[in-house]
Design a protein around this ligand. Structure first.
Ligand code: PLP
Ligand code: COI
Length: 342
């Protein structure tokens, strides 16, 4: 099949129109049949709970074309499970894992020409979401839900690509509360972070780094990604926190770090430790690994890159991860799944 006419190597991380999305409605206790549609809008009841009470969650995963022309998705089972947890936590109808996978495969197949060609560095970003579509005025869960999957071809999340970004630690804003919903992927967490992010950008930083909301001592995560640091003793250190999203990418990196001879540690990471790290990175589906060049904390700055280049550990982990994702390296852990053609 011929590919869409897009400037693949220069795609940004934005919405690029594709041909189809797929939607399912949950009503009377069951999900209906999916409908593939070219319609980019949804018609919603004005009292839908997603509009008033934030009953909404989403996922993000990627599909890649391999050298042999197959299309593969990365860790889809993990995203399906996390979406179930998100739905459960804010009392929405859960999407069964087989329905999730089937929907993702169908929408990819309907949009194969938008899967970026192998070797371009771009990918097809898959965005499943669930919204409460049934009306309520009292604070109650909806009696109707929509599960929708859209796809869009994307390039790197941070426009600099695999180049170090500059973070600032924020102390006057929290993204999520310890016993709140920071550990699931609900839209409100991102709305909560927008003002801090925009303020950071106005000041010339790429993104923010949040501290734990309770004590403001330990690193939580960045706005759109988890955080890790590399210590002089060769440890891969990443925060353990109840208010961060359990990143699937981070889980992979912990495995790959161990393979690379680093010692992975998931634990509380005191903010002062940033001054000891030799390298640091943000990680996530969109961010992949984004090396961190500097972190500003109060009146001090931890600097990890002086030449605008990523450090050796970040580079090694990035190469290992991306080679598995596009099928260039063996998939020793069963992370990659081929999308069967319909
Ligand atoms: N943290 C936040 C807040 C995110 O939005 C994401 C993106 O999904 C991540 C971390 C990284 O998670 P994952 O690696 O599963 O994409
Ligand atoms: C992802 O990495 O898939 C995300 O959902 C992060 C988002 C802020 C783009």
């Amino acid at each position: 099949m011929s590919k869409a006419d897009l400037d693949w190597p220069h795609l940004d991380f934005g919405y690029h129109k594709t041909d189809y999305n797929i939607r399912f409605t949950w009503r009377d206790g069951a999900w209906g049949a999916g409908e593939l549609t070219t319609d980019e809008s949804i018609s919603l009841h004005i009292a839908a709970t997603c509009l008033h009470y934030g009953q909404q969650c989403f996922e993000g995963l990627k599909a890649f074309e391999t050298k042999s022309g197959d299309v593969v998705v990365f860790r889809i089972e993990e995203n399906a499970q996390r979406m179930r947890r998100s739905c459960h936590k804010i009392h929405m109808a859960e999407v069964p894992e087989d329905l999730f996978t089937d929907a993702v495969f169908k929408v990819i197949n309907a949009n194969r020409k938008f899967v970026p060609p192998y070797g371009t560095g771009a990918s097809l970003y898959i965005r499943p979401l669930v919204i409460g579509s049934g009306p309520q005025v009292g604070v109650k869960p909806a009696n109707e839900y929509i599960f929708l999957v859209l796809v869009t071809p994307v390039g790197p999340y941070f426009k600099t690509g695999f180049k170090p970004v500059n973070l600032i630690v924020v102390e006057d804003a929290d993204r999520a509360a310890p016993l709140g919903v920071g550990d699931v992927k609900v839209g409100g967490n991102y709305a909560a972070g927008l003002r801090a992010s925009m303020r950071a950008r106005e000041r010339g930083f790429t993104e923010v780094l949040y501290l734990d909301a309770r004590e403001k001592k330990y690193i939580d995560e960045s706005g759109p990604a988890n955080f890790f640091g590399i210590t002089p003793a060769g440890e891969y250190v990443t925060p353990d926190s109840e208010s961060i999203l359990p990143s699937i990418t981070n889980k992979c990196l912990i495995t790959l770090a161990e393979e690379a001879g680093l010692k992975p540690q998931r634990r509380h990471v005191h903010v002062d430790e940033i001054f000891d790290f030799t390298e640091a990175g943000c990680c996530g589906t969109a961010a992949v690994i984004t090396p961190v060049g500097s972190i500003t904390y109060r009146d001090r700055k931890a600097i990890y890159s002086k030449d605008g280049k990523a450090g050796p550990r970040c580079s090694e982990l990035y190469d290992k991860l991306t080679a598995i994702q596009v099928g260039d390296a063996p998939d020793n852990y069963g992370w990659v799944r081929r999308v069967p053609e319909k």
